[in-house]
Write a protein that binds this ligand. Structure first.
Ligand code: DGL
Length: 265
């Protein structure tokens, strides 16, 4: 059996494209529909109630595109709104926090750092996910709110980004953590600047690969494979020219054409 319905992916902006790129590598025959809620970005500075409201509206919109499953490629949404989305959607919903926590635990010797948006860090979602699997793990978390605008600006390895990274990441240097979770889907874009600030000896965990592996397993298990075709639709709620340019950099093999959409209340 084949299931030609698309896999829906959702983020507040371009960060989730790092997850889409990993999904495309693993599941080249699938169709994808990506929604970046760029008109409401950033989500990560907003309250959990607002993030839930935005997320449920975006998921409802994607359900209208006949998606066969929803990948929540946003840590801020995964941290605060996953139960609400699971309740609202009839199809499986996969978030990024649990796969990221599992990958970190497979890598760590016991001291894990977490960086994310203010709302992800305030939610404590990573600490809970990590401690549920390994109660004695040491966790240090810090919000890095300037990283999202720097990533959206395309300043991925800019001197300003390196300076900001050095300030934010100081608590993770000097052997205080051995593994750092990039708990925001924008942050893998800043990987060189983050790695430079940390120096050697800290393993960086990006949940994109772990999420893609989980989606691949789910598609196989539930016999949801699309087999053939492929293709990506990129929907945004505000189509700034720079998003077009940056999407092209994250998805080099994909013809990028942004479609402007409005999310009904
Ligand atoms: N990419 C989103 C995340 O993973 C955050 C971006 C935002 O603040 O909107 O949390």
């Amino acid at each position: 059996m084949t299931d030609a319905r698309p896999i829906a992916i959702f983020d507040s902006g371009i960060g989730g494209l790092t997850v889409l790129a990993a999904l495309q590598r693993r599941l080249p025959g699938e169709r994808f529909v990506y929604l970046g809620d760029t008109a409401r970005l950033p989500y990560g500075t907003k309250s959990a109630e607002t993030v839930v409201r935005y997320a449920v509206r975006a998921a409802g919109f994607l359900a209208g595109h006949d998606a066969k499953l929803l990948v929540v490629a946003c840590n801020s949404v995964s941290a605060s709104a996953l139960p609400a989305l699971e309740e609202a959607m009839e199809v499986p919903v996969i978030g990024v926090v649990a796969p990221g926590a599992r990958t970190a635990l497979a890598a760590t010797r016991g001291r894990v750092g977490v960086i994310g948006t203010e709302s992800t860090v305030a939610s404590g979602a990573y600490e809970r996910a990590l401690r549920a699997l390994r109660p004695d793990v040491e966790v240090t978390a810090r919000a890095c709110p300037l990283f999202v605008p720097l990533a959206e600006e395309g300043w991925w390895d800019h001197p300003v980004t390196r300076e900001v990274a050095a300030l934010y990441l100081e608590p993770f240097t000097g052997g205080r953590v051995d593994t750092l979770i990039l708990g925001c889907t924008h942050y893998p874009l800043l990987r060189p600047a983050i790695a430079a600030a940390l120096g050697d000896g800290v393993r960086l965990v990006d949940s994109a690969e772990a999420v893609a592996a989980e989606v691949e397993a789910l598609v196989a298990h539930r016999d949801l494979g699309g087999k053939g075709g492929g293709g990506v639709r990129l929907l945004v709620t505000d189509a700034a020219a720079r998003i077009d340019r940056i999407a092209g950099l994250i998805l080099p093999g994909t013809a990028v054409h942004l479609e402007l959409v409005d999310l009904p209340d």
